[in-house]
Design a protein around this ligand. Sequence first.
Ligand code: ADP
Length: 398
Amino acid sequence: MKILVLNSGSSSIKYQLIAMPGAGVIAKGIVEKIGLPQGAVRHQNQGEKALKLERRIANHTEGIEAILHILTDKEKGCIGSYKEIDAVGHRVVHGGEDFSGSVRIDEAVIESLRHNAVLAPLHNPANIAGIEAIKEILPDVPQAGVFDTAFHQSIPDYAYLYALPYSYYKEHKIRRYGFHGTSHRYVSAQAATFLKKDIKDLKLISCHLGNGSSIAAIRYGKSIDTSMGMTPNEGLIMGTRTGDVDAGIIQYILENEDLTPSGLNQLINKKSGLLGISGISPDMRELEASADSGDRRAILALQMFVYRLLKYIGAYTFALGGVDAIIFTGGIGENSHYIRGKIMEGLAFLGIRFENEKNKSIRSKTAKLNEDSSGIDLLVIPTDEERVIAMDTYEIVK
Ligand code: ADP
């Protein structure tokens, strides 16, 4: 069975064609700059060179047509016709309280996504556009939705509520939802397999560190807390997002600067975080290079990033009542031995014997960074959200 996995953003659509049940990637790519004058499709068949086609792409329907076109192109493509696509799996950002697992998409699901769009105004409309486009072009192909928020629906009310008047939860659905759930679910399951343990016996802390970063406390296979909240802004310091801030600061800024709500949104989501502190870049590689050459604000940004992460690891260790393994994933977690090394230094007081040389050599592959005798394992586990979407879609439609 061949499954097309789609991750539709506001101006891009990432895709992978995956063969199930083995989850081998047949081809992958991205449609970029939808709605802008210079759109492009970057496409790569497995084992071949990547190629780029430039053309204007007006909307998501045209974006999906472009994907299907290149997949079935006689020279550049990898399948003979659309008929070879058995199902489509969508990454959906916000399922609100309606979805605690992946689902087959029907009219009721689409209606619910529309309903939840107020919670993710940038993302859900793009996801819906992707679903509608497939409905139009491939009307007989079953579709499944895999939600970023679903894995965190097991978080108990005392952890997901904010201490605002309770009516704000009831009337406006203001609560913690959490994101990156597909990644946290996948790497925690992979960790259990790697450790040869049943996930039902494990207390895990999963650190997904990328441009967006979040951390999750996972007890016996279920998320019991996570750092992103009602929106992906809360928690860890990220590339351009503040993470936790004193809510009183928001009022102070609104009173003292001439900011509209969307200006405030830009400030806390696009101009803050590692970029805001360093004044250099949101990109960890660039910041590590600048810190290496002595830039004080790059050094400060990295210190803040590590300190916030360490605080959350401490908090979640207590939330879980102990921890068996800490997992690093995402672009930074999988690749930055500098950040991992700093966390290892922070955990050294626990008596864990780390393998510092091994840490330096690990990039995007599963590994344990401590000696076997340690009480807490420190693991690097590459995430693979597309694989999970393909697996869930396969289970739903097979
Ligand atoms: P996204 O959240 O957009 O999916 P990624 O998970 O790809 O992002 O993570 C991007 C981050 O990973 C960037 O800050 C990038 O600098 C960082 N990164 C990637 N490779 C390395 C590396 N070798 N060393 C340090 N950081 C890295």
